[in-house]
Design a protein around this ligand. Structure first.
Ligand SMILES: Cc1cc2nc3c(=O)[nH]c(=O)nc-3n(C[C@H](O)[C@H](O)[C@H](O)COP(=O)(O)O)c2cc1C
Length: 361
């Protein structure tokens, strides 16, 4: 067995990540009144599907690999011994279920290279997709070689570069300058050997931003829209001085379903995350153009409540609920679900891009 160096004193980044995890268990950290707007999507019922439940095939190709279900446990943690356990256990759950797994921001790994092992999950998830993760604030300033080494250390299949402006401005110690972000994407897409996923963290990606990312060469988005975990809320709980700003902006962002409508016809591969809580949400997201759907908070909560078994049960439930939606829409494959008929309510329809109003691609 390889000996692992102890993580003795936590640095500030790792301490903050631990505080985030604790708050996610103790407090209500989701949007207050904003929703994903998936409730404004109806999938049209097929009363005569001519299918049996066991013919339904939820497999999908993504980032060059085949997943058994179109799901990803999105990045949450790393940097400490406790974080390693979360990464290892959830990576094992992902491998077993044939879904993808993302580690949390590798900023702590960059500042404390001795914590690298807390992100290394490849031996626990040898076959499935593993996603590396860094914030745009770091990606802007790190050399290409440094970013490459963060990806290589994990033998990752892709790098998620997370966008979290709303979170940063709530953090007393957060970044205040966001210049050079688009250029950083251009540099990474050109220089890395793996795909780059532009990933929000709960505020959604608009059509205009998606178009700018696409022009920079990005082909993969995780819209991570509003209606689920609110990072403004989490940071406001951590910094009482930010309570007022936190109240005002807790629900800031583009609802997840709206972000899908905005970005779905731009030729990008899209992950739908942010407030995905049921397999029906997954099905609606896929019918609105997403390739896979992701979840963070409910997976972590299920894991902390009932251990590995809790996380496994949550993922199994998502898959079963997705299969139900596929049967009920007469979709044998995800390709069929992608073409399933949807009815969109008026609140969500307002987010539909209108041709000729400056938002067309
Ligand atoms: C405890 C926790 C830690 C997170 N840390 C990261 C991170 O390090 N990097 C990142 O890209 N996203 C991070 N996220 C954001 C999630 O990946 C996801 O985009 C967001 O929480 C919305 O999904 P949800 O509503 O299912 O939680 C974190 C989320 C949670 C709950």
């Amino acid at each position: 067995m390889s000996r692992r160096p102890a993580v003795s004193s936590l640095d500030r980044v790792a301490e903050r990540k631990q505080a985030h995890l604790d708050l996610c268990l103790r407090e209500d950290v989701e949007a207050a009144t904003k929703t994903t707007l998936f409730e404004d999507v109806d999938l049209v019922h097929d009363a005569l599907p001519d299918l049996s439940l066991d013919e339904i095939d939820t497999s999908v190709r993504w980032l060059g690999k085949r997943l058994r279900a179109p799901l990803v446990i999105t990045g949450m943690t790393g940097g400490t011994r406790a974080a390693f356990r979360v990464n290892r256990d959830l990576a094992r759950v992902a491998e077993e279920a044939g879904i993808a797994f993302g580690v949390g921001s590798q900023r702590a790994m960059h500042s404390r290279p001795e914590s690298e092992w807390t992100y290394r999950v490849r031996e626990h998830a040898p076959k499935t997709i593993v996603l590396a993760n860094i914030g745009i604030a770091q990606a802007r300033t790190l050399s290409l070689d440094t970013v490459k080494s963060l990806v290589d250390a994990l033998s990752a299949d892709a790098l998620c570069v997370h966008l979290n402006v709303a979170q940063e401005i709530l953090q007393p110690e957060g970044d205040r300058s966001f210049t050079g972000g688009t250029e950083a994407f251009r540099r990474l897409v050109r220089g890395l050997d793996v795909p780059v996923v532009a990933k929000e963290t709960g505020c959604g990606i608009s059509r205009k931003v998606a178009q700018r990312l696409r022009a920079a060469g990005v082909r993969n988005l995780d819209v991570s829209g509003a209606g689920g975990t609110s990072w403004v809320r989490i940071e406001a709980l951590r910094a009482p001085g930010a309570a007022r700003l936190g109240e005002i902006y807790r629900d800031w962002g583009i609802p997840t379903a709206a972000s899908l409508l905005q970005t779905r016809d731009l030729g990008l591969e899209i992950v739908a995350s942010g407030g995905i809580r049921t397999g029906l949400d997954v099905a609606k997201a896929l019918a609105l153009g997403a390739r896979v759907a992701g979840a963070a908070l409910p997976v972590y909560q299920a894991y902390r409540e009932h251990g590995i078994e809790g996380a496994r049960r949550f993922i199994d439930a998502l898959v079963a609920e997705l299969k139900a939606a596929m049967l009920l829409t007469g979709s044998r494959k995800l390709r069929d679900l992608a073409r399933a008929e949807t009815v969109i309510g008026t609140r969500l329809a307002r987010w539909q891009p209108r041709r000729g109003r400056g938002v067309a691609s």
